[in-house]
Ligand binder design. Sequence first.
Ligand code: NAP
Length: 254
Amino acid sequence: MAVTLDLSGKVALVTGASRGIGRAIAEALAEAGAGVVLFSRKRELLEQVAEGIERSGGKAWVVAGSVDNESDVDVLFNFLEREFGKLDILVNNAGVSPHFAPFAQTSERDWEWMINVNLKGVFCFCKRAFPLLKKGTNANVVNVSSIVGLVGMGNIAVYSATKGALTTFTKSLAVEWAAHGIRVNAVCPGFIETDMTSKVRQNKDVVNYLLMRIPMRRFGAPKEVAETVLFLASPLASYVTGHCLVVDGGWLSW
Ligand SMILES: NC(=O)c1ccc[n+]([C@@H]2O[C@H](COP(=O)([O-])OP(=O)(O)OC[C@H]3O[C@@H](n4cnc5c(N)ncnc54)[C@H](OP(=O)(O)O)[C@@H]3O)[C@@H](O)[C@H]2O)c1
């Protein structure tokens, strides 16, 4: 049996590709041969990622914008339609989280911000991508959720609500889009070393608690999430849909 992970000829779109987990996902997909369209707000950072990919022999395109800005999303999807006329892989990775704080200190503005980016953004991207995904081959979507989309955690209730909704959205869309040959999966990372967790990782007491709570006794690297996304996005996962794959060093296993 030949096991291959060759994505040549595929077109992938990664949101939040400028840094952290999204950057690692874009690099992994490009390394596997996919042409990758990089989307997030900061053009300069995206261009650095694209240059790195091109230097390593991959192909990348940059479109800068915000997932919750309708005209930015229009520009992106017009570009995809014009340039490729199809989409094989959509990775909804862009996400925001304010620093950990008790629920009573969470404002309505925080709520709207997280709902708009983490949830409505995914809704809009799936809706706009649908006609293009139908023209793709082994087309699929990977949503970046979180372990707090599966279990509760203090000081993070609204973020957790957006990720919980994202995991059930993933399952329901998988059921519906199976008829169109489009797979829909999610990854649920635990604590990963990125900008999003940098402040938390500066607090020694919190770090000690977290390391005690994680069976593998370390945080994850963006690359470890990216490789899981790569599997789900590839033909190796051709019979996997509606699945939320946990990448957490064992957090949820006890
Ligand atoms: N790190 C963790 O421990 C962890 C755990 C579980 C789940 N996650 C999830 O993994 C995903 C990536 O997180 P990360 O840790 O890599 O975070 P990060 O380092 O803060 O990066 C977030 C990415 O999202 C982009 N972004 C933020 N708001 C955006 C918007 N409105 N429109 C377009 N792009 C936007 C950012 O780019 P610009 O600033 O250039 O726009 C950046 O590329 C998120 O969905 C997060 O919830 C992270």
